[in-house]
Design a protein around this ligand. Structure first.
Ligand code: SAH
Length: 252
């Protein structure tokens, strides 16, 4: 239900009970760009896993009934990303959000060239929100403040942490995943253009990060996290029945 309705992501402060106050930008988009009118329906997502069908009325929308979007990965996935050059991290946020990532932790590593400005975080969060709307996510992924790499080495006891190494003989990511319970919360760290330094690799491994390979080719710093997210998402959802094939055989 509601597949063709516009998805509107709201901030918590916009919600007052079952009424959503629309920002001037949202009103402009809904009424001028999409040419919707009062009484039209849209989907409101609160970025924290809740969604509703809502009815538009001027500068607010009224929540009608809750909606199950079913678009989230079954378990949280964190990308720890050494900031690439230029706007590369923006591309990673867009693609990672489409693939189901729940958290982005940008890090400054020894070979990181980019020094992010404070305004970047707001821009990154907006990109995550837009990508979440467009890929019909129920949750807007969190983009954290950049940390020095060494301070990102404690992903929490719940989480199994991996580090992608471009060279050496690390086991393939899929091999490592297939030895873990499907319900594992995962974080995976990918390096900058110049790669991780040997000291960083050693520190991560000492902190419990498991080294993994993403294949025999050298991926760019913007490709590696996206490839990792796609692989982990596919692994997490491997046994889920797709709505199109449910009721039929396994699809093989
Ligand atoms: N310049 C480095 C490569 C950096 S690639 C070199 O020549 O060795 C940027 C990052 O992407 C790496 O730090 C790693 O985290 C990830 N990466 C790239 N290719 C990979 C691969 N085949 N397997 C695992 N990680 C990879």
């Amino acid at each position: 239900m509601g597949q063709h309705l516009y998805r509107l992501a709201i901030a918590p402060m916009q919600q007052h009970g079952d009424r959503i106050h629309l920002t001037p930008d949202q009103q402009h988009y809904l009424y001028r760009v999409l040419r919707l009118t009062a009484g039209d329906r849209c989907i409101v997502i609160n970025g924290r896993g809740k969604a509703w069908i809502a009815s538009l009325a001027d500068d607010w929308a009224t929540l009608l009934n809750p909606l199950e979007l079913g678009t989230e990965l079954p378990h949280p996935l964190t990308l720890i990303v050494a900031l690439p050059k230029g706007s590369g991290f923006e591309d990673i946020i867009r693609s990672g959000t489409e693939l189901g990532v729940s958290r982005f932790q940008p890090v400054i590593s020894d070979r990181t060239l980019l020094k992010p400005s404070p305004q970047k975080l707001t821009r990154w969060q907006r990109i995550a929100q837009e990508a979440a709307e467009q890929s019909e996510r129920a949750i807007v992924p969190v983009v954290h403040d950049p940390l020095p790499f060494r301070d990102s080495l404690d992903p929490g006891t719940q989480t199994t942490a991996l580090i992608a190494l471009a060279r050496g003989d690390s086991p393939p990511l899929t091999t490592v995943l297939n030895c873990l319970p499907r319900s594992t919360e995962l974080a995976i760290a990918t390096g900058p253009e110049g790669g991780w330094t040997p000291t960083e690799q050693a520190a991560a491994i000492a902190a419990g990060f498991r080294p993994v390979s993403l294949g025999r080719r050298i991926l760019r710093a913007v490709t590696a996290p996206v490839a990792a997210a796609a692989t982990i998402a596919a692994w997490q959802e491997q046994d889920q029945v797709h709505p199109v094939t449910s009721g039929e055989d396994s699809g093989c």
